[in-house]
Design a protein around this ligand. Structure first.
Ligand SMILES: Cc1cc2nc3c(=O)[nH]c(=O)nc-3n(C[C@H](O)[C@H](O)[C@H](O)COP(=O)(O)OP(=O)(O)OC[C@H]3O[C@@H](n4cnc5c(N)ncnc54)[C@H](O)[C@@H]3O)c2cc1C
Length: 491
């Protein structure tokens, strides 16, 4: 088995996940409550069998991680459970205060590295999938050190390539999150679903010219308050749950407040909490803010929304199978239907461990594939720069969208033209995927004439009565369709 990563093995969204992992362990919580919260956040579009698998298998996967050495935070021998937005009870486990993803990724890496027959290759960007007789038989990677192509033949390929936050000018995602798996899967004809649902995190640190560092929802869960630049609290005017309202509501409220005060940001205020507690509960966040000159114990942090999570992706069944034989997807690259139109905070790490394990099990049952296959990629690359694509996405497919903006996105990508590159590098392959994914987001968002979850249209602010999923396949019209709620997606 081969694990291929285009940067260091560590560099990933998982590495930066702060808040924690949601799981119904015991006490005042149970599967049903976790399921209900997930369905409520998903705004009518969750695929219920997937949600059931997530909440029921979650505790077992967490126990497995603990057996493998994961060290979740405890007090008096009990796991600490934090409360986050739209959760009805405290159920979010965390590690190192705010370094949960780092702990989980490290645990998985140590476990995997100790297994026989498993190797790792870093700084190799997978650029295309190999296809023979309609099935995926491997992948092609670009070795960035040797600047050469590597052909990898495999019984099955799992896309665990993460999300596409780099589509946007403002994002909490690391630079590797360029939607590569989605772009590659779409090129070989796999179905992509619900890609228009992008979650914008309401509170990314706003320091001009610096990356948008995430200020976790857990801060608001622990009592941080949102204020406009005049120091006034405002969330009570937008939602009963105030600071803990669903993320899309909080993001739009912040944008409205920024507009009405003609400001570039609002403020996140934790100054009423004891300084020692802030430093102990959120050590990484506290230190990072301090490095930007902001002492959270003494002053509120300037924040504004940033692209954070992609609910849609490559459509899979409950075993991680995509619609192309031999091709699997898990984690943020996949669309299992668990998140519906909006992800419940801290459900994504859980989705990764639950459906990653399911996909791994299914892949181990795959028969050997022919040692051949052709790429279906094209060597044409968009002429638009990464920055131009990011600005286009932010303006046309951002927090609040309308038909004119999305049509402009599609037109600009088409008019931007394409170029042949004789010696493309990782950045060019990433740009090709960003352009593909942006087109898909714009097409699906244009077709969805309603507002639901993470997708808000100023020209269609209401929700349509039918909950339908967008479906995009290369060479076929984009459609909205219902998924059968009693059986998983059939390849
Ligand atoms: C700042 C931040 C905080 C978050 N906090 C939380 C939280 O508290 N709780 C929670 O549940 N979720 C959180 N999330 C979301 C969650 O972290 C992600 O959804 C999840 O970790 C995604 O895991 P993944 O394995 O799908 O992708 P990733 O962890 O992003 O891993 C993708 C991997 O694929 C590699 N890759 C990508 N393309 C290629 C290619 N072409 N070739 C080779 N390798 C490639 C990348 O380099 C990377 O190693 C957070 C996200 C961010 C950005």
């Amino acid at each position: 088995m081969l694990v291929v990563a285009k940067d260091t093995i560590e560099e990933s969204s998982t590495e930066y996940a702060q808040g924690g992992i949601a799981v119904a362990l015991s006490g005042d919580d149970n599967f049903r409550l976790h399921q209900l919260d997930t369905l409520m956040a998903g705004d009518g579009l969750c695929f219920e069998p997937a949600v059931a698998a997530l909440v029921q298998e979650g505790p077992g996967r967490i126990e497995e991680l603990i057996d493998w050495g994961a060290n979740f935070d405890k007090e008096n021998g009990e796991y600490l459970r934090a409360r986050e937005g739209a959760h009805s009870v405290s159920r979010v486990l965390h590690a190192g205060g705010d370094s949960t993803g780092h702990e989980i990724a490290g645990t998985l890496w140590r476990k995997a590295a100790a297994l026989p027959g498993l190797s790792f290759v870093s700084f190799a960007a997978v650029t295309d999938l190999l296809l023979a007789d309609g099935a995926v038989t491997g992948a092609v990677a670009y070795d960035q050190k040797r600047k050469q192509r590597i052909d990898i033949h495999a019984r099955a390929v799992l896309l665990a390539t993460g999300g596409a936050g780099q589509l946007y000018r403002n994002t909490t995602n690391p630079s590797v999150a360029t939607g590569d798996g989605i772009g590659m899967a779409y090129r070989v004809g796999a179905e992509v679903a619900d890609i228009e649902f992008v979650q914008f995190h309401p509170t990314a640190l706003f320091v001009p010219g610096r990356p948008r560092f995430l200020l976790s929802e857990a801060l608001r869960g622990e009592g941080a308050l949102l204020r406009n630049i005049h120091g006034e609290r405002f969330m009570h005017r937008y939602h009963d749950m105030q600071e803990l309202a669903p993320r899309d509501v909080v993001s739009r409220a912040i944008v409205a407040e920024m507009q009405s005060t003609a400001a570039t940001h609002v403020l996140l205020d934790l100054t009423h909490k004891p300084a020692a507690w802030i430093r102990q509960r959120f050590p990484r966040i506290y230190e990072t803010c301090l490095s930007f000159g902001i002492d959270l114990a003494r002053q509120p942090a300037p924040v504004h929304p940033a692209a954070h999570y992609l609910m849609g992706g490559v459509r899979t069944d409950l075993q991680g199978r995509t619609t192309i034989p031999g091709l699997y997807a898990a984690g943020e690259a996949a669309c299992t239907g668990v998140h519906g139109a909006n992800r419940l905070a801290s459900n994504s790490l859980l989705e990764g461990v639950v459906f990653g394990a399911r996909a791994g099990h299914a892949m181990s049952q795959e028969a050997a594939k022919p040692f051949r296959g052709l790429t279906f990629g094209d060597e044409q690359f968009p002429a638009l720069s990464r920055e131009a694509l990011q600005d286009l996405a932010w303006e046309g497919c951002g927090i609040a969208r309308d038909a004119a903006g999305m049509q402009r996105v599609l037109r600009t990508i088409d008019e931007g033209g394409r170029q042949h590159l004789s010696d493309p590098g990782r950045g060019d392959y990433e740009r090709r995927n960003l352009a593909t994914v942006l087109r898909l987001v714009a097409k699906a968002a244009l077709l969805r004439q309603e507002s639901r979850g993470g997708h808000y249209r100023t020209d269609f602010p209401g929700k349509s009565p039918a909950a339908r999923h967008s479906s995009l396949r290369r060479g076929q019209p984009t459609v909205l369709l219902e998924w059968e709620t009693t059986s998983p997606a059939k390849p």
